[in-house]
Design a protein around this ligand. Structure first.
Ligand code: SF4
Length: 383
């Protein structure tokens, strides 16, 4: 008998489901609350449902589709969670404490009450092959279902027994290549799990049609774009998809997004020494900020030695911190809203993909040799 997943259904879908099994419509709302708000792990715990109904559901339907198999904790409080999916594939999520907690570990508990960010995966692997990315060594295996995306939040919340305040869709995979499941997960999270859309950020390498679609649908979550350069040649060398979506079209789409939603986009900018940290790059960013009201997140690059692929990022080196400060200062002087991200969890391979890449290989999951994949858009909190 085929077991059907209930996790991942919206309120309306659960109400329709209740009617389809000859129950009253309000049973759908009860299921919605049990699944997403009361966060139960089994039908047995759904005490407001009749036992006969619980038994009926338990035989045919399933409410959890991922299992936490490992947790690693960094000295700075960052935690990395490794999950196994029902088909044996592995993904990960990273819990990022607030930046002040990195500086003052004593303040961590207090600060975490206010802000605790979870970085979610949306695909197993990624087909986009960005050159600074560990997931890229894994290839694209498949999209995550809505339930698998939501379960990352629910299982981590249950594990830490604390409120997660912010979500960033920046883990393994390009979220906008899994558009429907990502948007549906956001709908469920915002309506059923108490996290407001303004506390959710979706990050993309710059898929133009999907950015326009987000604008047309007037989605309320925040959008971050991995920019990393305002030179098409450099961008394409870092992110091959930029050959298809050149800056002229991308920036038009982001401009359109801002005009439609009135939400300021964030441009993510990983600094690579001698590649995108020159005077020309500063001038280009200043010009861009005059055209599109935006925030800029400067991200230090860490020489991550990806499993089996050290050469992959071999020609990329981090901008020295003094130079990075100068770069940031010049942008601040031009009145750009700017944040320098403190990258979290360096001691536990916290850039999403690193742990899953290792363990997927250990578990001999077959990797499509024709696709190369991605780490992701750099794990850290988005301000
Ligand atoms: S950074 Fe990695 S995960 Fe993100 S789109 Fe590029 S290859 Fe994919």
């Amino acid at each position: 008998m085929k077991i059907v997943d209930l996790k991942g259904l919206t309120l309306k879908e659960l109400e329709d489901f209740a009617l389809s099994i000859s129950e009253k419509k309000f049973r759908g709302k009860q299921l919605f609350d049990w699944l997403y708000n009361k966060e139960v792990a089994s039908f047995t715990e759904m005490s407001s449902l009749a036992k006969s109904l619980r038994d009926k559901l338990a035989g045919i339907y399933r409410i959890e589709s991922i299992q936490m198999v490992d947790v690693q904790e960094s000295a700075d409080g960052t935690k990395k969670f490794l999950f196994e999916l029902l088909d044996g594939k592995r993904i990960e999520s990273v819990l990022i404490p607030p930046r002040t907690a990195f500086v003052n570990p004593q303040a961590r508990e207090d600060e975490e009450q206010k802000r605790l960010t979870l970085c979610l995966s949306t695909q197993v692997g990624c087909p986009l092959d960005c050159k600074f990315c560990a997931t890229g060594t894994m290839g694209f295996l498949r999209n995550l279902t809505t339930g698998e995306i939501i379960d990352q939040v629910l299982l981590v919340k249950r594990y830490i027994n604390k409120r997660i305040t912010n979500l960033v869709y920046m883990g393994m995979g390009e979220p906008l290549l899994n558009y429907d499941n990502v948007m549906k997960s956001i709908e469920i999270i915002t309506t059923g799990m108490g996290i407001a859309a303004r506390r959710i950020t979706v990050s993309t390498v710059g898929l133009v049609p999907q950015i326009r679609r987000i604008a047309n649908e007037k989605r309320k979550m925040k959008l971050a774009i991995s920019l990393h350069s305002l030179d098409d040649k450099i961008r394409s060398a870092l992110m091959p998809i930029a050959k298809k979506y050149k800056l002229v079209g991308l920036l038009d789409a982001v401009d359109y997004y801002f005009r439609k939603t009135k939400l300021r986009p964030t441009f993510e900018y990983i600094l690579f020494d001698g590649v995108n940290d020159r005077d020309d790059d500063i001038q280009s960013l200043i010009k861009l900020s005059k055209r599109i009201p935006c925030k800029v997140n400067i991200i230090p690059f860490h020489n991550i030695h990806f499993t089996d692929s050290i050469e992959r990022a071999g020609e990329l080196h981090p901008t020295p911190s003094i130079k990075m400060e100068e770069f940031a200062q010049r942008l601040r002087e031009a009145h750009i809203t700017l944040f320098i991200r403190s990258s979290a969890g360096e001691d536990i391979d916290a850039a999403c993909g690193q742990l899953a890449v290792k363990t997927n290989k250990k578990h001999r999951i077959s990797i499509n040799p024709s696709a190369s994949g991605g780490i992701q858009h750099s794990t850290s909190e988005v301000v």
